[in-house]
Structure formats: C-alpha cells, structure tokens
Design a protein around this ligand. Structure first.
Ligand code: KG4
Ligand code: ZN
Length: 335
C-alpha cells in the first residue's frame, strides 16, 4: 500500500501545498502565487507575503486534500519548510503544519528548503541518483553547489553576494521588464544578440579560479552602465547578461565535476527553469558522462510537493520534529 505525505511550503511568497506518494509521484498540488501583488512593489515585501500566507494556507490545504481523493487516514506525516526563508512567512506554514499534525495525530517533519529543492528533481522520476551526487540549487535566495552523500549535504561553494535569481530580478527591474525577472529575461534573451554588448566575464580573478564560489553583483553594475546610455537594445543586453551569468555557472559546475567523481548532477531551484541553463546542463552532463536530474518545469519554483518528496527520507528514518520546533532564517544541514 502506498504512503502519502502532505507538504506545506511558505518560505517566500508562494503559498503551496502538495500531496506526494512514496514513489515520489504528485497526487495533488495547489500553489497560490502572490506575484501579482509583489509585482506592484518590484520585489517580495515580507510582511505582505506573511499576511497573504495566513489567508491562503488553509484553503490550499483543503483543496489539495479534496483533489487528492484521500482522507486524513491515508496521510503518514505532515511536512513543512522550517528553514531557511523569510521568518514571518515560514511561521505561517509551520503553525499550520503543527495544527494539522496535532489535529490529525500525525508526525511533523520540518524540511530544509535546500533539501526540498534538491528533491524536486526526483519527482515523477523512476529512480533517485546514487551517492555521492552534485547538486546546484539556483534560485532567488540561493546559488549553492552541494555535495550530497550518505552523510548529508556538504556545501562546496555558494554566492558571495547576490543569488543568481536575485540578479535576474534586479536587472529586470533596472531594465523596466517587471517582476519576477527570470522568465522575462529568459524570453527577451532569445531574440537578442549576446555579442552586441561586451559585458565582463564574472569572477575572472585568479584567486577564484579553483573555488566553486559565485558572484553576481558585478554584472548588475555592468548592465546598469549600459542602461545609462541611450538607445539600448534591451533584448541583446539581456542576452549578454544571461550569457555571462550562465558562463560562470557552467564554469563552476565543470570545476566541481573535475574535482571528484559524482554519480549524478542535479540542478534545481527557480532558475533551473532557464532555457539556456537547461541546454548547458544537458551538454555538460554528456561531456562528463554523468546522469542529469532536472525538475519538471512545474516543480522548479517553490512548491509543497518538493517538501513532501524530501520528507520521505525522514519518514523512513523515523526522523520527526518536535511539535514546539522553531523556524530559522538559516539552513539546517541534516545529520
Ligand atoms: O525557487 P524559487 O521559486 O524561490 C526561491 O527559493 O528563491 O525561485 C525564484 C527565482 C526568481 O528569482 C526568478 O526570477 C527565478 O527564480 N526564475 C528564473 C526563471 N524562472 C524563474 N531565472 C532565470 N530563468 C528563468 N526561466
Ligand atoms: Zn526556493
């Protein structure tokens, strides 16, 4: 008989609830996007995000349960993103999850957002990768290269300033393209000429040549300098920006793959929906003869299904959270 976990995600601005089976197939998923609200401000306003989670979290739980055709008796555990994220937003999801766990008498499993993004790449796939594997979590909040082994996660390198998605969002805002920036820049870049603007290559200093770190703040300033000129071809400027961002991402993935033998490459997080990144991932994985796991497009952005998917390991290991657990703005590496 299949086991099911209900997963709740509210770490940023998406209110999302998903039910996933132990074969990591999604039974039902409801995501309420707040993009149309935060768009008015050009970015996520934490207080507004938290208040909207309060309004949507229980309707989302209710709809997900109804659409699944399951009852509470079929649910083995309640999973929720506990860290890292916007504290006010996390609190709403965790409070709702605690209420469900108590009311339904189910174990509570707090999931780390990075583990959830990594697990999103395994949803609907026939198998999970062998250890150790290399994971790139690339989103609005993170750009981290992580080694995952039996012992858990080990961060090899991360951004020293902005996250990649954050850079997309800020550059799109500067260029007047709206929010979130990733999808609009991805689309604009497709009709532009990346060679038209000679933007600098990122992290070219020899000091960083053998480190798996990222940096995206310099490229923002370079884009700003071009935008200050007149008659800018926005599509070509966005193509050049994307080219440099992805060149760095490709270089660092290759560096990590050259340092150790991995069984698979996983790329997940909001930016993993990017067309150019997906092309690069496919080429690099073939060159290095390594299996590639990318989330299906609907699981790239924050969602409750990936939270439930990540919690199955904890369910199997009997690793549950205290009902008085606290949220945290920083990541918690699994022991
Ligand atoms: O994972 P996610 O939903 O939330 C965080 O945990 O941050 O990622 C959202 C980020 C945003 O910065 C958004 O601009 C970016 O993912 N994004 C993209 C694309 N689609 C979404 N970035 C580049 N290309 C895309 N196609
Ligand atoms: Zn995320």
């Amino acid at each position: 008989m299949s086991r099911y976990i209900i997963g709740i995600e509210s770490s940023c601005d998406d209110t999302s609830v998903g039910i996933v089976s132990d074969s990591l197939d999604v039974v039902s998923l409801k995501t309420v996007s707040q993009t149309s609200i935060h768009k008015l401000f050009g970015g996520v306003i934490p207080e507004i995000a938290a208040r909207n989670h309060i309004a949507w979290i229980f309707p989302a739980i209710h709809r997900t349960m109804i659409e699944s055709g399951l009852t509470r008796n079929d649910i083995s555990a309640v999973a929720v993103t506990g860290y890292p994220g916007l504290v006010g937003s996390l609190l709403v999801g965790v409070a709702a999850a605690k209420g469900l766990a108590i009311g339904w008498n189910k174990p509570l499993i707090a999931v780390d957002h990075l583990d959830a993004h990594i697990s999103s790449a395994f949803i609907g796939k026939k198998k999970k990768p062998e250890f150790p594997y290399l994971a790139l979590v690339i989103s609005g909040g993170h750009t981290s290269l992580i080694e995952v082994s039996e012992k858990g996660r080990n961060t090899l390198g991360e951004t020293i300033d902005d996250a990649a998605g954050e850079a997309y969002d800020k550059v799109a805002k500067m260029a007047g393209l709206g929010f979130p920036g990733g999808p609009v820049i991805d689309k604009a870049a497709q009709s532009g000429d990346p060679k038209k603007y000679d933007l600098p290559y990122l992290l070219k200093h020899p000091r960083y040549s053998d480190e798996t770190v990222f940096s995206f703040s310099g490229i923002k300033s370079a884009v700003k300098r071009v935008l200050d000129e007149q008659d800018v071809d926005i599509s070509s400027l966005m193509a050049a920006f994307q080219d440099r961002v992805m060149e760095l991402v490709e270089r660092k993935i290759k560096l990590a793959l050259s340092m150790k033998k991995y069984e698979a490459l996983i790329i997940s997080g909001g930016v993993s929906a990017n067309t150019k990144l997906r092309e690069i991932a496919s080429v690099v994985s073939k060159q290095h003869e390594i299996e590639l796991f990318l989330p299906d497009l609907q699981y790239c952005q924050d969602n409750g299904a990936m939270v439930a998917a990540a919690a199955f390991e904890d369910l199997q290991a009997g690793r549950f959270s205290d009902i008085d657990m606290d949220v945290a703005p920083t990541s918690r590496t699994k022991q």
